[in-house]
Design a protein around this ligand. Structure first.
Ligand code: SF4
Length: 473
């Protein structure tokens, strides 16, 4: 595998933002690569779902850029229309078929319509039956074959598929087109070997396979050359990482190695599975200032009975043990989570256990959802016995409780100075950025800050989802 060239949108259009990056060989190389081979073809790419999908799309776009394609903003203007899909919730999957209906007319004009990602893997060739105008169906475990599949389409093949799941390969490309100019995503582990009863991922993304630590560190060094200071390591279970190279780094060691790359100022990682979360990860965060003060640790339910039914591989007590490691850390580490309400068999008592867990843990953020049965999962065979209205009631109660917790936790930050990475303007005269703990801060500044720089901000006000302050000169 040659060294990757990471193509960033602004780097393509203009010089990268830092002097070091402007002068770097990598930046020169990527400009040359971009200019070298335009082929007159265009693509449109829409992404649904999680950060893994967002980053997969960055790599898919990189593959197409490398073949000389240009990206456009509307399916009507594209030769190749791609949907990178998510099937974790029913609504997201439905949206894809609605999109496919909308582009039926476009397909009649000879354009190629393709479905990528989880819906592609889950529905497979049945997509051709439901939407015969689709010509490409490719699951994420087959993205390495994308250049070959696109070449087949260019050669006139009517239908091509990449649906193999049984792979030990990860999707590493020579080109990645990065959309976020401040935070670079890197996938370090793909797939999932767990079997949560509600989840389609093991069926759509295949078994767990990790990249070598050497390839990850090489990519991080390349990102620094391009001017990135913040990287986010991604994996469905990022902390299940197992280095396949002789270095045999475990996840905590990899975190430290990434944090020590000169020029890296912030390292994030998501999503951690509680079963594989270790005290060594907390110790690494304590030791390395570049590791952000934030852990996303999905709990899903506060009831051990429901966790067992969900096949989550930990109990409420085991989860709280991990939270205690985080709470005891020498520097404050913010905790966020994911919660499902209304899982089959969830009683009022189970739900109360989830609410009491919120009180105990004091999360800084939570993504919460009503259970919805998904195809090919164990939960599909369980009676979906919590009525929809009751699921809605529980969700509203949980979200209100969590909102109060976040408000109280954020109010404690009023008067503190926090370092913010400036990411944009929230309104005229006001800038927005994130703290190491992943809180959004909107702030004014006596001198306009540059995007991508770090600023100290004094917090004046707090809401449940963001802070307001003023930059310190
Ligand atoms: S750990 Fe569970 S929820 Fe997460 S991707 Fe694997 S099966 Fe899905």
């Amino acid at each position: 595998m040659p060294d990757a060239i990471h193509v960033r949108l602004d780097a393509l259009a203009s010089p990268p933002p830092t002097a070091a990056a402007r002068d770097s060989a990598a930046a020169d190389e990527l400009r040359a690569a971009w200019r070298a081979r335009p082929n007159g073809r265009t693509f449109y790419l829409e992404t649904f779902g999680c950060q893994m999908n967002v980053h997969d799309s960055e790599k898919v776009a990189g593959v197409l850029f490398a073949r000389g394609y240009r990206q456009v903003d509307a399916p009507d203007d594209a030769d190749l229309v791609l949907y990178n899909t998510c099937s974790i919730r029913e609504k997201a999957a439905q949206k894809v078929f609605s999109r496919l209906g909308q582009v039926r007319g476009v397909a009649r004009d000879g354009k190629v319509i393709g479905v990528l990602g989880c819906v592609a893997q889950q529905e497979g060739e049945q997509i051709f039956e439901r939407a015969p105008w689709v010509r490409l169906v490719c699951g994420s475990a087959s993205y390495r074959r994308l250049p070959e599949l696109v070449a087949q389409l260019e050669a006139g093949d009517t239908r091509v598929t990449g649906l193999e799941l049984d792979t030990d390969e990860t999707f590493e490309t020579d080109f990645t087109r990065r959309d976020n100019p401040f935070r670079a995503y890197l996938t370090i582990i793909e797939g999932c070997d767990k079997a949560c009863a509600y989840c389609v991922v093991p069926m759509t993304r295949g078994p767990e396979r990790s990249r070598t630590s050497e390839s990850i560190l090489r990519e991080v060094r390349g990102l620094v050359e391009l001017g990135y200071t913040e990287v986010q390591l991604l994996g469905q279970n990022v902390n299940s990482y197992r280095d396949p190279s002789p270095a045999r780094l475990d996840f905590a060691e990899l975190l430290e190695a990434v944090a020590e790359v000169p020029g890296v100022r912030r390292v994030r990682f998501t999503t951690s599975h509680p079963r594989d979360f270790t005290p060594a990860i907390v110790r690494a965060i304590e030791r390395q200032p570049a590791l952000c003060d934030h852990v996303h640790l999905p709990v899903q339910s506060g009831s051990s009975r429901v966790l067992a039914a969900m096949r989550r591989d930990y109990s409420r007590e085991e989860y709280l043990e991990r939270v205690a490691w985080v709470h005891r850390a020498r520097r404050p580490i913010s905790l966020t989570t994911d919660i499902i309400v209304g899982f089959p068999g969830e009683t009022e008592r189970d739900f109360e256990d989830t609410l009491s867990l919120l009180d105990l843990v004091q999360y800084d953020g939570a993504f919460s959802f009503k259970f919805s049965p998904r195809p090919n999962t164990a939960a599909l065979r369980m009676p979906d016995d919590v009525p929809e209205e009751e699921k809605g009631r529980r969700l509203a109660i949980l979200q209100e409780r969590q909102r109060e917790i976040q408000q109280a936790r954020n109010e404690r930050l009023v008067g503190q100075r926090l370092e913010v990475l400036v990411e944009g303007r929230s309104r005229p005269g006001q800038w927005a950025g994130r703290t190491s703990s992943n809180r959004m801060v909107n702030f004014t500044s006596p001198e306009p800050p540059a995007l991508g720089e770090y600023r100290e901000v004094v917090i004046h006000r707090a809401g449940p989802n963001s802070l307001v302050g003023e930059a310190v000169i």
